[in-house]
Design a protein around this ligand. Structure first.
Ligand code: UD1
Length: 422
């Protein structure tokens, strides 16, 4: 398996270019199932999760012509309406095919994803969305089976006990695009990736309004057409480089990003003492010495993203003072803290809260990545530590970061990929 060897202690300096957002691209690729016409998605990030989604579409009989960063996708002929366990267990986002398949073909069989390293990942709200549109939903042999002659639009409340769900909002919005009549989703997720999906659906001829607010309105249409679409930049990749600039006391210009999608994170950075300049489509982040301790609570957008919690836990591990990080989306999401302890961090985790007593310097160690964002946190810690850190199980990182070692090396870091794909 691949691993990273990180020689710490070099401040990052220079310019880095951000890729398109994985979490926007994956539902958009699934949404191509809603039309028989060709959709061209441009500026695709070179990520394992994107390969997996394209493989899933191909396995269903969809024509996928990929040329570098573009893919032409045509779900024109016979489409198999099943997403098998073998693919779904590799990538939870496979469940995005559920809504499009039921809406267009009247049936879908999608494997239940099961748990994952960041905690319980229920799908009840996805099922609520499908049933709300009139589908008959059953769970059998580890699969969700949803059927409907034609879905019917309806008002529904889609938030759960933990607040809105990005995945369920996306799935239900895609399904409602082809339903008869109007759907009103209350308690919708407001994430920029939801807005991007709505924009893409509208390019196909859908009638979605209110995206980015908790109330989404979708007037169903009979059929959708094709389009060419370029997804938004990845706010989590941009935030990861911002944290990397600070933790190394560097100065980095982050290009092709949307600072307006990162206001909660930029606010945290400013309060922690970093220098932050934002422009149109770019931002410059500079740190000098240790950051100030600061408390963070993750929350649905526009709050602080759960997908940046691990990276900021690493940053605060070397802060001046004691910080409290509260994870309100996925309570089990602190496995990286256990690995950071091995690098000399002082972190007490109790339930969904981590109390971080900042230390002056982390020390290098061999550490194990448990999930995508935890991997990034460990690489960041390695960049700041004295000595050489080895981060094992880098395959998690390749799911969501495009050539991270290349981009970091371009900023003056010393990061090498070792081993084999495994
Ligand atoms: C979540 C994040 C998203 C991130 C992604 C990958 C939020 C709100 N969402 O999206 O930003 O990119 O993880 O790390 O921060 N839930 C249910 N029932 C469901 C679905 C979800 O109870 O059917 C709960 C989840 O357990 C969680 C919360 O709702 O506590 C948000 O989940 P959801 O937004 O659906 O997760 P993802 O779509 O995976």
């Amino acid at each position: 398996m691949y691993r990273f060897i990180v020689a710490g202690g070099r401040p990052l300096r220079g310019t880095v270019q951000i890729a398109s957002a994985k979490n926007a691209v994956l539902p958009i690729l699934a949404a191509c199932l809603l039309t028989e016409e060709t959709c061209t998605i441009t500026n695709l990030p070179m990520l394992e999760d994107v390969n997996t989604m394209l493989r899933l579409l191909r396995s269903m009989g969809v024509t996928v012509e990929r040329k570098g960063r573009s893919a032409r996708i045509t779900a024109g002929g016979r489409v198999a309406t099943e997403a098998p366990y073998d693919i779904v267990r590799k990538m939870r986002a496979s469940y995005y095919v559920l809504g499009p398949l039921v809406a267009r073909f009247g049936q879908a069989r999608v494997s239940l994803p099961g748990g994952c390293a960041i905690g319980a990942r229920p799908v009840d709200l996805h099922l609520r969305g499908m049933s709300g549109l009139g589908a008959k939903v059953t769970i059998e042999h580890g699969y969700i089976d949803a059927r409907a002659k034609r879905l019917a639009g309806a008002p529904m409340m889609l938030a759960g006990a933990k607040g809105p769900s990005v995945g369920a909002t996306a799935n239900t919005m895609m399904a409602a695009a082809l339903a008869r009549g109007e759907t009103v989703i209350s308690g919708a997720a407001c994430e920029p990736e939801i807005v991007d999906l709505a924009d893409f659906l509208n390019c196909l001829g859908a009638k979605v309004s209110g995206a980015g607010t908790p109330e989404l309105r979708i007037r169903g249409v009979r059929r959708l057409g094709g389009a060419e679409y370029r997804p938004i930049p990845d706010r989590i990749e941009a935030g990861t480089f911002a944290a990397a600039a600070c933790i190394t006391g560097g100065d980095v210009e982050i290009r092709h990003c949307r600072p307006d999608h990162l206001t909660a994170m930029l606010d945290v950075l400013r309060r922690a003492g970093a220098r932050v300049e934002t422009g149109r489509g770019s931002m410059r982040i500079a740190g000098s010495g240790r950051v100030n301790a600061i408390d963070i609570t993750t929350a649905p957008y526009p709050g602080f993203p759960t997908d940046l919690q691990a990276q900021f836990t690493a940053l605060l591990a070397t802060a001046r003072g004691t910080s409290v990080v509260t994870e309100s989306i996925f309570e089990g999401r602190f496995l990286h803290a256990m690995e950071l302890l091995r690098m000399g961090a002082r972190i007490d985790v109790k339930g969904s809260t981590a109390v971080i007593h900042g230390v002056e310097k982390l020390s290098s160690a061999q550490v194990m990545a448990s999930d995508l964002r935890a991997s990034a946190a460990l690489v960041l810690a390695g960049l700041a530590a004295g000595g050489t850190t080895e981060v094992l199980r880098i395959y998690h990182l390749d799911r969501g970061y495009e050539r991270l070692e290349k981009k970091l090396t371009g900023l003056g870091a010393k990061v090498e990929r070792a081993g084999s794909p495994g």
